[in-house]
Design a protein around this ligand. Sequence first.
Ligand SMILES: NC(=O)c1ccc[n+]([C@@H]2O[C@H](COP(=O)([O-])OP(=O)(O)OC[C@H]3O[C@@H](n4cnc5c(N)ncnc54)[C@H](OP(=O)(O)O)[C@@H]3O)[C@@H](O)[C@H]2O)c1
Length: 268
Amino acid sequence: MKITIIGCGNMGLVYARAFLKYDIVKSSDLLLVEKNEVRKEELNKLKIGRVVVPRDPLIGESDVVILAVKPQDFKELVPELRQVLQPKSILLSIMAGVKISKLKEQLNHLNIIRAMPNSPVEIGMGITAYSASEGIELEQMRKVENLLATTGRYVYMEREDMLNAVTALSGSGPAYFFYFVKNLIEAGKQMGLEEAVAAMLVKQTMLGAFHLINNANKSLDNLISTVASKGGTTEAALRTFGEHDVDKYIIAGLLTAEKRAKELSQDS
Ligand SMILES: NC(=O)c1ccc[n+]([C@@H]2O[C@H](COP(=O)([O-])OP(=O)(O)OC[C@H]3O[C@@H](n4cnc5c(N)ncnc54)[C@H](OP(=O)(O)O)[C@@H]3O)[C@@H](O)[C@H]2O)c1
């Protein structure tokens, strides 16, 4: 397989490393396009692919061309990309909010997959939701799924507009989780625990609780009531959450994120 990655910042580099790790591509068949001079220098030193310019005709030989620049940087790439992109290549865009219709129109290209990964892709534990342009062949989707699988799980979205909900839920999700963990640790500190001890208690609790969700064969309500015995400590905390409408605020926060994703997608 021949792959080009355009924009080798955080995400681009994660993909390059993951593809090489799983032998999906040889470094000689991996083209890297990067604007930032410092980054370029780093990429050359890493020797994980061939650093090329966006107008390099070799890009046209790629099975998959990945667009991993910030949405606002896409515009300047259009003229050169239009020149080199060949119809048979699959364009995989991970740019947040940039619609398939816009990519199609600007790049005059048909085979497009738009994906929304999340940050745990960095350690192979991400989840990526994707949508595909009409008429794309199953074999082409499989090719891209094999790439996405090197960074975790993937899920197909029939409706592209659902990627706004995905952005709010799993795209931004790691940050909500970090926020919650941070505040649990803070509570531990306020109760007199050393920060390192509080952090260990919280992190292992999160890990254990996560595995219970997946393996205990119980509903979430059931899992909650197993811990929250009547008149006990957990019930006291949950009552305070309820009195402050914490559940409603969590949902409101996510709906605001979804609204923002929609707005950004209109603007782009
Ligand atoms: N990070 C996430 O968790 C996440 C999750 C889902 C989707 N995404 C999407 O992934 C994309 C990349 O995010 P990121 O966090 O990896 O950003 P990033 O670290 O800023 O990486 C983008 C890289 O592309 C370079 N670049 C800009 N214009 C270019 C051009 N014309 N040609 C070649 N390279 C160019 C940038 O250089 P400069 O630094 O010089 O601008 C930078 O090194 C974004 O569109 C984002 O929406 C990210």
